[in-house]
Design a protein around this ligand. Structure first.
Ligand SMILES: Cc1ncc(C[n+]2csc(CCOP(=O)(O)OP(=O)(O)O)c2C)c(N)n1
Ligand SMILES: [Mg+2]
Length: 336
């Protein structure tokens, strides 16, 4: 289907001109996610963190390339692998780590953990343990924005696995029919748990979106500048009233599906494949671009790395030192 906007679909360029501040902001946000996730891996491995987490390491370019194009008032919904989206939208690492460690000062007073973090003041409508669940919430938020004649939009991040959830077809049909202001961002990391997309999915995300009448683009999700350009196109047309858009970002998670999936435990991915993707590190790629093409001194980026590491180290110390909620509060705030 050709729509008016399909004709203006961007040619993704390998080199774009953004203000230096924006480049550095993108670099910092990606570093925050990397440092946060590797710290979570560390505290979990040392038995300091209860519960479970699904790490976003390796996928940083997707959340950041999209979220730097958003306003605070725009809504996002996230997934079970949610830390990256939350941090990219401005989530507070201290309150997130406090939540992961079950502390009272955490986002959900320590009762939600990794998969339930919400910050309405930042438009973060929640991580979500239900695969595909955020698609319904984000589409509902887009409907409410349209009814209120607001120019805020929704972004639903979801995985290749969620693409096969029935809910997606119900809500994307409504979004296309009613021209709702929503951008569907598919994070194709090539696996849903321990099953490769090749074994689970017929056709493609963009193909399915286009069948609904939703303009779609597919980009290298390890290239933050490509994600940025695709997201900018999608967000602009959606905010301008042209209806929903779809962006597929092809990427890879470096760590296991969750903390219990270590190394070759389940034998579903070859180590060479993981190593091959690590060579395509989205952060190194941006660093190389900024230093070699844009002439940013390496020291500037190294200072950001140092700064971010200190910020995350402090956040973990804060989370460790905070108290647990009183046991008498266990049933409080469970339903809102
Ligand atoms: C409705 C539902 N079905 C199954 C699960 C179990 N589950 C948790 S994560 C996951 C895989 C999701 O894959 P994908 O959407 O590709 O996200 P990724 O983990 O790759 O980021 C599954 C099947 C669930 N949480 N919710
Ligand atoms: Mg996946």
């Amino acid at each position: 289907m050709m729509t008016k906007t399909n004709k203006t679909m961007p040619e993704i360029s390998g080199s774009i001109d953004l203000p230096e501040d924006l480049y550095l902001d993108i670099y910092r946000r990606m570093m925050i996610i990397r440092a946060f996730e590797e710290k979570v891996y560390d505290v979990y491995s040392r038995g300091i963190m209860p519960g479970l987490a699904h790490l976003y390491t390796g996928m940083e370019a997707v959340a950041v390339g999209v979220c730097v194009n958003l306003r605070t008032s725009d809504n996002i919904t996230s997934t079970h692998r949610g830390h990256g989206h939350l941090l990219a939208k401005g989530g507070d690492p201290k309150r997130m780590l406090a939540e992961l460690l079950g502390k009272k000062s955490g986002y959900n007073k320590g009762k939600g953990g990794s998969m339930h973090i919400v910050d309405m003041s930042l438009g973060i409508l929640g991580a979500n343990g239900i695969v595909g669940g955020g698609l319904g919430i984000a589409t509902g938020a887009a409907l409410s924005a349209k009814m209120e004649k607001s120019d805020r939009i929704s972004v639903a991040f979801f995985g290749d696995g969620a693409l096969n959830e029935g809910l997606y077809y119900e809500v994307s049909n409504m979004a296309a029919l009613w021209q709702l202001p929503i951008v569907y961002v598919m994070e194709n990391n090539h696996y849903g748990e321990y099953t490769s997309t090749d074994r689970s999915t017929s056709g493609t995300g963009p193909g399915r979106a286009e069948a609904m009448g939703i303009p779609a683009i597919s980009v290298d999700g390890n290239d933050v500048l490509a994600v940025y350009q695709a997201a900018q196109w999608a967000i602009e047309r959606t905010r301008n009233g042209d209806g929903p858009s779809f962006v597929e970002c092809k990427t890879y998670r470096w760590r296991g599906h969750h903390m219990g999936d270590q190394g070759d435990t389940y034998g579903y991915r070859k180590q060479e494949e993981v190593e091959k993707w690590k060579q395509k590190c989205p952060i190194n790629r941006l660093k190389k671009y900024l230093t070699q093409v844009k002439g940013v001194p390496g020291l500037v980026l190294e200072n950001i790395e140092k700064d971010v590491q200190e910020q995350i180290d402090e956040a973990v110390e804060f989370a460790k030192s905070e108290p647990f909620a009183d046991p008498s509060e266990v049933y409080k705030d469970v339903y809102a």
